[in-house]
Design a protein around this ligand. Structure first.
Ligand code: NAD
Ligand code: DAU
Length: 338
């Protein structure tokens, strides 16, 4: 039977929040709890207008603190956990690695232990970055060797391996999902697409790292959420599932498209010093997942981008609320010497 009480870690952030909305809207019998530490990337604003809000509750807690996790599980009694909570920004991981080690590695182990003790399913949300850079036209299948290039990706790979170890050691009901780059509403404007939309609209320069010919494969966050829901409900314990957008673009092509769509006077592309260890290309082979879970992404990139631009430009209050002192300080440190 599909889970009826689902605890979602990190649902005050970007993808966890889109998944939570999908879950509450499409599964009217399901009750959900958001478990989130509200770091710089988590926002209570994202939990304000949920569909089926009467079936949702929020608890503030840290995945790396066992007592927080155990208290939430004991109080809510979920029959599954979907684990999104993470430190997620590559540039931040270069500047300050420690929170990445704590949340992405220790936090995943804490959840593995707590879910095993409670006898419930755990879905760990991971990323295509664990494979490192792939030369075209290669695509990584789930058994491709892991070769992460930066602290963020290495800590996500460690979390994945801990999940696989729990399955092999204890036969635990845990599975891993990996996806390509997501885009859509409520993504922190430290990441490429929302940052460029807001800067273009403000008539500011658009900082492209290096030559800008690196390629990312873009997947709409709602398509990703549908895949995760399928994995939660029908996935096999011990399996790794892949969700790709099949819509690779160079960063330069993406930024040019955003500039054309919403650039104001003064907005222009500026090539800045490259990200150290910058991966040239990510690409997933998701054929086995599509076949097993019956999942396929439906949102065309051009349509999804137009909707995403409209969302950011129509939500100035949200943008102001999330773009606080922390974001300004980080952007200054990140771009200061580029
Ligand atoms: P995000 O940075 O937007 O949100 C992360 C959320 O986790 C925030 O709400 C934050 O408050 C919370 N959090 C952080 N540390 C925590 C802790 N110690 N305890 C509890 N909560 C904590 O992240 P996102 O972009 O939505 O990514 C979600 C997941 O998907 C991550 O695991 C990420 O690795 C993975 N992923 C992201 C992408 C992408 O393109 N954004 C692609 C593939 C996989
Ligand atoms: O591939 C999945 C990953 O996608 C997720 O696991 C990460 O959590 C998520 O942050 C994202 O990582 P990227 O490093 O690909 O995303 P980011 O938005 O930081 O950058 C996308 C590309 O754009 C990357 O090649 C770097 C480049 N870039 C980024 C920024 C912020 C620029 O050229 N200029 C910028 O200002």
């Amino acid at each position: 039977m599909a889970p009826q009480r689902v605890l979602v870690t990190g649902a005050a952030g970007f993808i966890g929040n889109a998944f939570l909305r999908r879950l509450l809207a499409e599964r009217p019998g399901v009750a959900a709890m958001t478990f989130d530490a509200l770091t710089y990337a988590g926002h209570e604003e994202n939990l304000a207008d949920l569909p089926g809000a009467e079936r949702h509750q929020f608890v503030r807690g840290d995945v790396a603190v066992a007592a927080d996790v155990e208290r939430a599980l004991a109080g809510f009694q979920p029959d599954a956990v979907v684990h999104f909570a993470a430190e997620t920004h590559v540039d931040r991981s270069i500047l300050q690695p420690e929170p990445f080690l704590r949340t992405n590695i220790l936090g995943t182990q804490v959840l593995l232990d707590a879910c095993r003790e409670a006898g419930i399913r755990l879905v760990c949300i991971s990323t295509d970055e664990v494979y490192g850079s792939l030369a075209a036209p290669r695509r990584a299948a789930p058994d491709h060797p892991l070769a992460p290039s930066n602290v963020y990706a290495a800590t996500k790979a460690a979390g994945d391996l801990l999940a696989q170890a729990a399955f092999r050691t204890h036969g635990q009901d845990v599975l891993v999902t990996r996806s390509t780059n997501n885009y859509g509403p409520r993504q922190m404007p430290e990441k490429l697409i929302p940052l460029m939309i807001l800067r273009a609209h403000a008539g500011e320069s658009l900082p492209v790292y290096g030559h800008g010919l690196q390629e990312r494969d873009w997947l709409h966050v709602d398509d990703h959420s549908d895949g995760i829901l399928a994995a939660l409900e029908r996935g096999q314990a011990g399996a790794t599932y892949h969700f790709g957008g099949g819509q690779g673009r160079t960063n330069l092509a993406m930024v040019e498209a955003l500039l054309a769509a919403c650039g104001r006077d003064g907005a222009r592309i500026e090539h800045v010093r490259d990200r150290p260890g910058h991966d040239q290309r990510y690409a997933l082979d998701d054929g086995a997942t599509r076949e097993e879970l019956g999942w396929t992404p439906v949102k065309a990139l051009e349509e999804g981008l137009a909707e995403t631009i409209a969302w950011y430009l129509g939500h100035a209050d949200w943008c102001r609320a999330v773009a606080g002192d922390d974001l300004r300080a980080f952007l200054e440190a990140n771009y200061g010497d580029r």
